[in-house]
Design a protein around this ligand. Structure first.
Ligand code: ACM
Ligand code: ZN
Length: 574
């Protein structure tokens, strides 16, 4: 049943009843609201009856399972943070107010329930919450489902009004309580791929900031961090076999002020992630059910590497780590065999550090000027027998040849290659996944050719664009105008252009956050929030539930959560 039909909760009546029941004042009573962001698939709530969760109540769970134990701990922490209610972990308590249960795998003879191996990724993330007179029963197919349920409760229990939050308002010595309307909730995501991208190459963000970013992604049900870690302006991934690469390639001597004004700040700028830090982040993300997809952007956007290894460029350099923004003509030389050796060394270590099934090889914005003039590149094209076929230029095919090399290398390691939609220009490799960024055209073309697609068109998903019309009310941005209402309106399946039986090739949508003009975490989160809320409903919620006005009515509670976490966000909605 649609949740909109069922959850008009009469707060005043519940608060009064609760006050009588537990002997507290109406001002202290607080009632859960399950209509969170992203909106769950179905909420059937009985608004006349509530279960009152109180300090000291217990959470029961399978403590032999570390992931479930961690999720029980998350739940306890979040309930206390948002509602002031201190729960206790009591794994074996049969009378616990909150029971976390994983559905038993069906016996081989049972046809009723699906085995895990037969479930879709969405079913593996699903959960059910039932609230009744004995408390809350949370059931899921996997420990991930329990985590998603805990996040939903975290957002549900956050009081709607500032003055009724948490322990701050309760009388000295009084127990904290929160009333949960009886309900049956079922939830599972619409798309298996729910991405957010982060460019840490234009500006470097320290490990704790990446963890905050991951926490916010998890709060919104996102499960893929596309981590853009190499660029013209800095190489930020440690490669042990090439120690100079990050040490030198991560540092630019200065940074242009504003939009390529020609005036520079004269400050050295740098930073990179050691492999140990990357592994720490991979684990931190995994505990929040997020996979980190690293991107080594090749063969363009390589000035960071070319600075250290000028022999890998067509002209031989020298090349600075780029101090300004835009697209450089200097790219890796396709005709130099050392280029492929270099890339395999980098991707090899990348695969060792990041267990991700997907590895992103970039492929965007690689000008072909140097390749056209370079004897080595032209000799390679002849050796490969490349000819302009009217659709694909020789140089674009040369890029596809590099992509093939990378794809084969990655497939040997069991990984799938993702590339920006330029990878279509020289003819797509066999198993490559297309990330459509220059609008949805590339994504549509790829889906029709039965290639998997991630939709992140700049017109709906580039959250480095301005979010307000009036530039005087917001910090400097790269340009564009992407208000939250437009992000919310995005439909990734493009039903007008992609036939119903081909829509399965669209894995899901992703927002992209490039950081040319974003140097500080406060600014980063201002750009992210609350547009991440909007994309989360595109990624997670069912399309029939989408209603921007309703979304806006649910948003203030998320903003209060950001306030309580001390995280910056854009206050205005357009
Ligand atoms: C991109 O925005 N250059 C993928
Ligand atoms: Zn060359």
């Amino acid at each position: 049943m649609n949740s909109r039909l069922t959850t008009h909760i009469c707060r005043a009546a519940i608060a009064a009843a609760l006050a009588l029941a537990v002997g507290i004042t109406a001002a202290q009573a607080q009632t859960a609201d399950y209509r969170v962001i992203p909106l769950p698939t179905s909420i059937v709530a009985d608004t006349t009856r509530t279960f009152v969760l109180t300090d000291g109540m217990t959470v029961a769970y399978d403590s032999s399972n570390p992931a479930i134990s961690r999720n029980a701990q998350f739940l306890k922490q979040w309930v206390e943070e948002v509602a002031g209610v201190k729960l206790q972990l009591a794994p074996t308590d049969k009378k616990a107010a909150i029971q976390l249960t994983i559905r038993k795998a069906p016996a081989a003879t049972t046809k009723k329930a699906k085995a895990l191996a037969d479930m879709t990724p969405q079913e593996l993330s699903a959960y059910d919450i039932s609230v009744g007179k004995r408390g809350l029963h949370i059931t899921a197919n996997t420990d991930e489902g329990l985590f998603r349920a805990a996040q939903t409760l975290r957002k549900s229990l956050l009081a709607a009004q500032e003055q009724t939050t948490a322990a701050a308002t309760k009388a000295e010595g009084a127990a904290a309580t929160v009333a949960l309307p009886y309900a049956t909730i079922h939830d599972e995501p619409r798309f298996e791929y729910r991405g957010a991208h982060l460019d840490v190459a234009r500006h470097y963000f320290a490990v704790p900031v990446i963890k905050q970013y991951l926490d916010l992604m998890a709060l919104h049900g996102c499960n893929q961090l596309h981590w853009h870690i190499t660029e013209d302006q800095g190489w930020r991934f440690e490669v042990k076999a090439l120690p100079e690469l990050a040490r030198k390639g991560s540092i630019r001597e200065q940074t242009v002020i504003g939009h390529n004004t020609g005036v520079y700040d004269g400050q050295r700028y740098g930073g990179y992630y050691t492999q140990e830090e990357c592994r720490e982040l991979v684990n931190y993300a995994a505990e929040r059910y997020i996979n980190i997809i690293p991107e080594i952007d090749l063969p363009g956007h390589m000035m960071g590497a070319l600075h250290v290894f000028p022999n890998l460029g067509c002209t031989g350099g020298p090349y600075p780590v780029w101090p300004h923004w835009g697209v450089s003509h200097e790219v890796l030389c396709a005709g130099n065999p050392e280029t492929i050796t270099f890339l395999k060394t980098v991707l090899g270590e990348l695969c060792d550090v990041f267990p991700s099934k997907y590895i992103h090889i970039g492929g965007d914005e690689c000008p072909k000027l140097r390749w056209k003039q370079c004897p080595k590149c032209q000799a390679k094209a002849r050796e490969l027998g490349l000819r302009d076929d009217g659709k694909h230029s020789i140089e674009n095919q040369l890029q596809t040849w590099i992509n093939h090399e990378m794809e084969a290398f990655l497939r040997e390691r069991g990984r799938d290659m993702i590339g920006w939609d330029e990878v279509l220009e020289g003819g797509l490799t066999q198993s490559g996944i297309v990330m459509s960024w220059r609008g949805v055209k590339g994504g549509i073309e790829a889906a029709k050719e039965h290639h998997r697609v991630i939709m992140s068109p700049n017109s709906f998903c580039y959250i480095d664009y301005y979010q307000l019309k009036d530039n005087r009310r917001q910090p400097d941005a790269i340009g564009g105008y992407l208000p939250i209402s437009k992000v919310y309106s995005f439909e990734p399946l493009q039903p007008d252009d992609i036939a119903a039986d081909e829509q399965k090739y669209i894995l899901g949508p992703q927002v992209n956050l490039w950081t040319e003009y974003i140097a500080f975490p406060q600014h980063l989160f201002y750009m992210l929030l609350p547009r991440l809320d909007a994309i989360s409903e595109v990624q997670w919620s069912q399309p029939g539930q989408k209603d921007f006005d309703d979304f806006c009515r649910r948003l203030p509670r998320m903003k209060r959560l950001y306030d309580s976490l001390g995280i910056n966000y854009c206050r205005d909605i357009e």
